[in-house]
Design a protein around this ligand. Structure first.
Ligand code: DQA
Length: 146
């Protein structure tokens, strides 16, 4: 099984960026924890981060026939991007939406998630553990659908 992990704008600033909200672990520790979890679970992962919406759309489109699942933290594009929603709908690859912070307890403008409608699950507010929880969810989800 192979999963694509996508991170949107400013996720590369983890550790520096608003540590009270996003924690003190940096982006490379996030990548390490995802890779080590994948290795233990016996699955492959590709991790990609971009600050540009179109790059994320391109990556989602390229996931067809290449990945069994997508884990995505669209970051600020969660609340603005119909393009990401349409890309996930287009590829039909099971996708889990992840947020490090609990967006439901934050500003009104964060209460909208466009991509959510195309996702099989949302994990929000579990810190960087949310990514490994998403991976475990997809392993079961993809296993069951075979
Ligand atoms: C975020 C929440 C978003 O509202 C915000 O714009 C982010 C990160 C999260 O992981 O908690 O950049 O997706």
């Amino acid at each position: 099984m192979k999963f694509l992990v996508l991170n949107g704008p400013n996720i590369n600033m983890l550790g520096i960026r608003e540590p009270d909200i996003y924690g003190r672990e940096d982006y490379s520790s996030l990548c390490e924890s995802i890779k080590s979890h994948a290795e233990k679970a016996g699955v492959e992962v590709e991790i990609y981060q971009s600050n540009h919406e179109g790059d994320l759309v391109d990556k989602i489109q390229q996931a067809i026939d290449k990945f069994e699942g997508i884990i995505i933290n669209p970051a600020a594009y969660t609340h603005t991007s119909v393009a990401l929603l349409d890309a996930v709908k287009a590829v039909c690859v099971p996708t889990v939406e992840v947020h490090i912070s609990d967006v439901s307890k934050r500003e009104d403008f964060r209460q909208i998630s466009y991509i959510r409608a195309a996702c099989v699950k949302t994990i929000s507010g579990h810190g960087i553990k949310g990514y490994t929880e998403a991976m475990d969810f997809l392993i079961n989800y993809c296993g069951d659908s075979k």
